[in-house]
Write a protein that binds this ligand. Structure first.
Ligand SMILES: [Fe+2]
Ligand SMILES: [Fe+2]
Length: 476
């Protein structure tokens, strides 16, 4: 008896060079979407939208990671892969989309126009390739395709609530049309631009492949080096009050924040969670700063930052549910100004690892553990379980800070350890000056000493961070 073969049939319409060209283009565009989301995060305003953006930063990082894996399996790539960038017109199209200010129109441009175009290119790849022999790429591209399907559905649901009047829906439809025309005029995703290099082993000198890549392509930005058009995703400086929906407001003076309920009580817990909620939103954004402002960091670190963005996005949702479940209300307390945003004005990756991940998240973990202890006898399982997950995740984030702070510092002490400390000091001076203007007492010397202790600890293998002074504000 003949047994029917269940194996896919060999045979397709593309040579290896064309497969590689298409997969590299998909990698470029998935990375661009990651960086668009990372850059927009802090000005997306609507809380459910912000939570989705954090989640999609992680999804996009996984798309890039899967495609990079398929490329490495396609054929030995060598250290530096000669490639072609997309057309300058496509890069300009992305730049113009990036400059869109209205969060709803950003979702329209990204999820109704650009992402469907990517999905179409991915479908095109799957149709043209060999389902048997090109199995790795098929798996990676199908993975991206599934992700985009979910993202598109999510965006439609969000737009259903964001576009609440016929005039807004009309404006969104006009914008979508203009974006489609602009993408067509740019030649779509497949048009080739300037010669470029793709760096499959982008990372740090401790691996010989990586060291050689750096030597051959020292000016690379992220995993792509190109002579074609580039743009940088800038940000507004001197900001200590971020954009929120109408439920929330910032305090005008310390007196506005004066009557905090007592710690250890139900009201005290809600008050602390309310401050933490602000911090969770801003930590998704801070992961965005790292991803968008430092594309040259090792990919493994960027992937960890994208993972953290997703976890912080979950913390937004956990925090909101705990506050409401305990009888509180989002927006019931004013927020203190977000002085720590000034870190971005003086940014440096190791400074962010030390001040944000090690010190800020260490404080958040300590305060969460304290809340776990004093609420243990309240007989409330969902509260305990929510806090347990918050605490567990924050410990992981402290460890991201220690790992990458140390690895970068050891890889290049001048560029990362010394410069990181210098940037931390200038950030502290700016933060303390802003706190003083607001009406708080300020002590930059003590803050600099704390930061210096954490920088010293980075160079002592196995040393625990010295900090973890409990932060009452939940600002990290
Ligand atoms: Fe968090
Ligand atoms: Fe965290």
């Amino acid at each position: 008896m003949d047994v029917p073969s269940l194996s896919p049939r060999l045979g397709d319409h593309m040579g290896l060079a064309e497969k590689r060209r298409r997969l590299l283009r998909l990698h470029w565009i998935e990375m661009e979407i990651l960086e668009l989301l990372a850059s927009w995060s802090e000005t997306m305003v609507s809380i459910p939208v912000r939570a989705g953006v954090g989640r999609f930063m992680w999804e996009q990082a996984l798309h890039c990671d899967h495609l990079a894996w398929a490329l490495r399996n396609l054929k030995h790539l060598g250290r530096v892969v000669p490639s072609v960038a997309p057309s300058d017109e496509l890069v300009r199209y992305c730049e113009q989309l990036h400059q869109t200010d209205d969060p709803a129109l950003r979702l329209v441009g990204l999820f109704q126009v650009l992402v469907p175009a990517v999905a179409e290119a991915e479908d095109g790849y799957l149709l043209a390739t060999d389902p048997l022999a090109d199995g790795n790429a098929v798996e990676a591209v199908e993975y991206c395709r599934r992700g985009h399907r979910g993202q598109t559905l999510w965006a439609e649901r969000m737009l259903g609530t964001l576009l609440s009047t016929p005039a807004e829906r009309r404006r969104a439809a006009d914008f979508a049309h203009a974006q489609r025309v602009a993408l067509l005029a740019a030649g779509g995703l497949t048009e080739d631009g300037a010669p470029a290099y793709y760096l499959p082993y982008q990372g740090w000198p401790e691996e010989s492949e990586l060291a050689a890549t750096r030597a051959e392509a020292p000016t690379s930005v992220g995993q792509w080096q190109t002579t074609g058009y580039r743009y940088s995703k800038g940000f507004e400086r001197n900001v200590v009050r971020l954009r929120w929906d109408s439920r929330f407001r910032y305090a005008d003076s310390p007196a506005d924040l004066a009557d905090a309920p007592e710690r250890g009580t139900l009201e005290g817990l809600v008050h602390w969670l309310h401050g933490l909620f602000h911090g969770e939103c801003q930590t998704v954004d801070r992961m965005g700063w790292l991803l968008v402002d430092f594309p040259d960091l090792p990919w493994a670190m960027r992937k960890d930052m994208a993972q953290q963005a997703w976890e912080e996005a979950r913390h937004i949702q956990i925090g909101a549910q705990l506050i409401e479940g305990l009888g509180g209300r989002l927006g019931q307390y004013p927020f203190p100004p977000y002085f720590q945003h000034l870190r971005r004005d003086h940014h440096h990756p190791v400074m962010h690892m030390v001040m944000g991940n090690i010190m800020g998240e260490g404080s958040a973990a300590a305060a969460t553990n304290e809340a776990l202890k004093y609420s243990a006898g309240w007989g409330n399982d969902w509260l305990q379980h929510g806090l347990e997950h918050l605490s567990g995740d924050e410990v992981l984030h402290v460890n991201f800070g220690k790992r990458w702070g140390r690895e970068l510092s050891l890889a290049d002490p001048v560029r990362f350890w010394e410069a990181g400390k210098r940037h931390a000091h200038t950030a502290i001076v700016a933060i303390e000056a802003a706190r003083q203007v607001f009406g708080y007492a300020s002590d930059p010397t003590r803050q600099c000493e704390r930061v210096d202790r954490e920088f010293e600890a980075l160079l002592r293998p196995g040393a625990a961070p010295a900090g973890n002074e409990a932060a009452a504000s939940g600002e990290y």
